[in-house]
Design a protein around this ligand. Sequence first.
Ligand SMILES: Nc1ncnc2c1ncn2[C@@H]1O[C@H](COP(=O)(O)OP(=O)(O)O)[C@@H](O)[C@H]1O
Ligand SMILES: [Mg+2]
Length: 231
Amino acid sequence: MNREPQTLGDGTFQRLERILVARGMNPKVLPDIAEEPECLTSLGVLEAGMPPRYRMARADHPEVLAWVRDVTEQAAAPNPGARRQITTGPSLLMAGVTGAGKTHQAYGAVRALVEAGIAVRWRATTAADLYADLRPRPGHDTERELAAVSRYPLLILDDLGAAKASEWVEEITYRLINKRYNLMLPTLITTNLAMRDLRDHLGDRVASRLAEMTTRVVFEPIDRRRQRHTT
Ligand SMILES: Nc1ncnc2c1ncn2[C@@H]1O[C@H](COP(=O)(O)OP(=O)(O)O)[C@@H](O)[C@H]1O
Ligand SMILES: [Mg+2]
């Protein structure tokens, strides 16, 4: 028998949701598709996965703490008795000069979520490293890698706009940001650029989504790295 391919309508998703709810599962928690077992259960495991420089970082910026509260409030357990996980939530665009403390606040925010009892599956990358990882090359399924990064419940995307611009960079950034925008997954983005310059660098499609999905946090223009050596 020849069957027409069928698309899944809203009704299918509603039926699926009812089945999940009947089984005591929360349909709002995305299924875990990544292969790495990075569901964090303790602060020790968290610290081991952090770069030494930011291992002890604590978030103290009021807007970052407000973000931690928002994401914590929206966290939900996949089934009764399980630890709460990130579902959906707002994102932050932390802008400021080099050394202002943006990356410190981003890692500190992950720590704060874990301290709040949330099981956080997260990944941190600079935009430049991500582009290097996603360059098509033999033996690497870079499409799969992009799909995985796009779906991490929490992503730190550090130094957006610092890599050399190109059509390819713009396209990859668009696909990543658009996926996370659609899934409403919290993303902590840091950048040295002003929004206007980000738009020039990465295009209007990226800038427009960032404008909607992120709260802008502007850091004091102080380079803490230099300050430490002069005071
Ligand atoms: N709130 C803070 N308390 C203590 N040290 C900090 C704080 N914020 C940043 N630092 C330190 O200042 C330096 C620059 O911070 P970093 O987050 O790397 O800046 P940026 O990402 O904005 O370039 C790092 O050595 C970092 O550990
Ligand atoms: Mg930084």
